[in-house]
Ligand binder design. Structure first.
Ligand code: SF4
Length: 290
């Protein structure tokens, strides 16, 4: 796989300057996303709230893991909204680290962020890619959905058999499915739900299809499927390189199940061209492969 290096005449460095200048974080940088040149070059980015240190240590994730040294920054939502406005985003994607050290697991901060974006950019849609809000799931969902994000995303990440092995601790495949279904039940507006699967972690193609079936059975509208890239020697090894034909096959399987859209390809990430994913699902344009 080849990706483009950042170009100095594009929007890449403008995005970088703005984000660093406002002391914001992005999952694009924190997770060393291979699409950063393309996405930032298009003037988009995915914001990461609640700091730069995650209280979990998933075996595939490069985001810094440990005990956060800083409390949650109450002004972060305002700075993020300011950045989104300066970038003239029409679809703002927000994710976070896990904050198991915070009683509500960051749910109120998510809600404050959504509200700040909507106040500053009333015509923009907001997509949140949330953690699992372990032990406070119902309350946290009420809080987040109460702020009315257009897209609620929670990544299942991998197949049932590997879920706990890759995500560790008390991570729960069925709870992830429940979260996605419950978000839709709580919403009194047509929220789009979305989830993502990483392949190359040791799963079989049939298990991927089983996971697609589980997601669809829980009302998920949009699914992303992308190749795992080992971010360091400490992380899980790549089990296999999935062929583009197999990605196409996943897309066809998902399409047959009735997903609004399926983004499936080696470099697809949860937030990759998220604006297009939403548009495709809402307009019934159907599944797309990259
Ligand atoms: S795919 Fe998502 S995380 Fe990766 S660079 Fe693009 S916006 Fe950032």
């Amino acid at each position: 796989m080849k990706v483009r290096a950042p170009s100095r005449d594009g929007a890449y460095f403008d995005v970088q300057k703005l984000i660093h200048g406002l002391s914001l974080h992005t999952i694009c940088e924190e997770a060393k996303c291979p699409n950063i040149s393309e996405c930032w070059g298009r003037g988009t980015a995915t914001f990461q709230i609640l700091g730069d240190t995650c209280t979990r240590a998933c075996r595939y994730c490069y985001v810094n893991s440990g005990k956060p040294s800083e409390p949650v920054d109450p002004l972060e939502p305002l700075r993020l909204a300011q950045a989104a406005a300066q970038m003239q985003l029409k679809h703002v994607v927000v994710t976070s680290v896990d904050r198991d050290d915070v009683p509500d697991k960051g749910a109120a901060h998510y809600a404050a962020t959504i509200r700040a974006i909507k106040a500053k950019l009333p015509n923009a849609s907001v997509e949140v890619l949330t953690p699992d809000f372990m032990d406070v799931e119902e309350q946290a969902l009420q809080t987040v959905i109460g702020a009315r994000p257009e897209v609620f995303n929670h990544n299942i990440e991998t197949v049932r058999r590997l879920h706990r092995k890759m995500r560790g601790g008390r991570a729960d495949y069925d709870k992830a499915l429940w979260l996605l279904q419950r978000a839709k039940e709580i919403a009194d507006y047509p929220v789009l739900t979305k989830s993502g699967i990483i392949v190359g972690l040791g799963e079989t193609n049939d298990e991927v299809v089983d996971t697609l079936r589980d997601l669809r059975a829980h009302g998920v509208d949009v699914v992303t499927i992308g190749q795992y890239l080992q971010p360091s020697a400490k992380h899980a090894e790549i089990d296999r390189w999935v062929h583009p034909d197999e990605f196409r096959w996943f897309r066809e399987q998902g399409e047959a199940m009735g997903f609004g859209t399926v983004f499936s390809g080696p470099l697809v990430r949860s937030s990759y061209r998220a604006d297009e994913q939403r548009h495709a699902a809402e307009t019934g344009r159907g599944a797309v492969a990259y």
